[in-house]
Write a new protein. Sequence first.
Length: 553
Amino acid sequence: MGWQTLCDQAEENPITIDGSVDELVEEYVRFEPDTFLPTNLQEVEVIKNVHFDPNGHLEKPDDLFQCEDGSTSSVTKEEYRHMFEHSASSSFFAYLPLYFWQQVTVKGEYANYWDRQAEDSIFGASGVALENVMPLKRFKHLRQALSFRSEVSVETLQRDPAARIRCLLNLLKVTGGKYIDLGRDVALDEARVACRSRYGSHLIVCNPRKPTGKYHFKIYMMCCASTWIAVNFRLHCAGDITDRLHTVTSESEAQPLRDELKEVATVRQHVLEVVRPTYGSRCVVNTDNFYTSVQLLQALRLKGLRGRGTVRTNSKHFPKHVMLHVRESVRGDYRHGVSVEHQMLGASCCDGNIVRVVPNADASILSTVPRRVGADTIQCAAPLCIQNYNACMQGVYRLDQTRARFSIADAHSFQKWHTKLAMALIDIARYNAYLTRNLVLPTETCRAPHRDIVLDLINDLLSGKWAEAPSSAQMLYTTNTLDSSALAAPPPVSTAYVSDTLNESPKKTCTAVSSKQMFLGANRKRRQCIVCRWEDRNPTEVTDFCIIHAVCL
């Protein structure tokens, strides 16, 4: 920036020399620019003043991220598309389908699921009781014994309060954005999981204004703005960043990040840790007024990112001359100021309430936003940054809405806080698999596609087809890299999916299993050979069932 200013001065004011060139003497003087731009996070924290010019103009940055085809939306990586063609790719517990089934078919207490069904005597039908699938006593034992790390020392819990489920937390951090190419915009906000366990007081926060529950876990989450897929998150708890990033990234990367964030404000620490996977990607991070500040945008720019978000009235360094006041403004009024040195825009708009936005990823031009006034929709004048913010800040909200529909965490109470939180994380994994599957397969025209996918997941897990779900064929926590021989001849991921190389997407092949494994004794007719039945012969019931074509032969 200093060299550019020096060159501009030389072009505007040409230097004239009187006398001989031989008499000139070279002298080096340190150039002192009018504005100092921060070069590290420590300098960002000590910024004293940012000047916003009300008459300035700012163009849109030309280095924002975009795909090769010019789009800015997220897409699924080609090498992982085959994994989401199977509905059971998002679960790994044998008894989880019973939890999913209880959310799809709400009947209340356990007796309505495991005892004789009330529909049998009322409608004369033959209902399905879960006692034939799994005894209730066995189900309760599995629920009671659910644990990811049973033996945790007191010293470990003092250093990392979430040590009991840290392995599951870090597993989801690794796989969150692994299967997609992230688009330009991401949304960062907090998600909440209600919990009243007395044993989790060191992790539970209290906020009476939140609709999910007065007492809850707080999760700082980053989601894709176009697909709403959860990319990364951080559980609100006291702990060291090296423990939170254990097995997620290398020690050589976690330790410098820990030292760098030590001098940063707490709220900015949360944001910079959650957006860590997107460093250098030129994405735009959208945040609300709890996180956004002028200093946060400067810190994001140092990490190769841009930012956009609303700010509070008392936000530091936000220009006071830009702020509108409710009593003095009407709908459609707006003001803006531009900081050319920092490539930042401060804008304020009256939209019933006063909205204050500070971005460094938008141009300082005027646009319109639709607003509902009574029964009519009108177009209100507003800066372009407000229109972009409204379009890109829905990721975490949509996650909470979709996750809560068939949530196995919200509908059950657990005395053990780590069980409650683990169920919420499994809900997030199922939600991610559902959204990624929508990117791979065409959108279905049925009324409730989410419900149908959950039913397919339950069917696959109960019938045994979950064993045919393909995987990435790699251990997530291994430190050994694969050599060329392993890439050329990878182990088979499934008997129904075959590929020649690891980078090639596996292709489906016919796979036969015993029909008795797919259909119980009450469904003996479904085990009959389809060819024998077509040729009007006595069909045999000792057949093989094709996983791909769903027929018995």
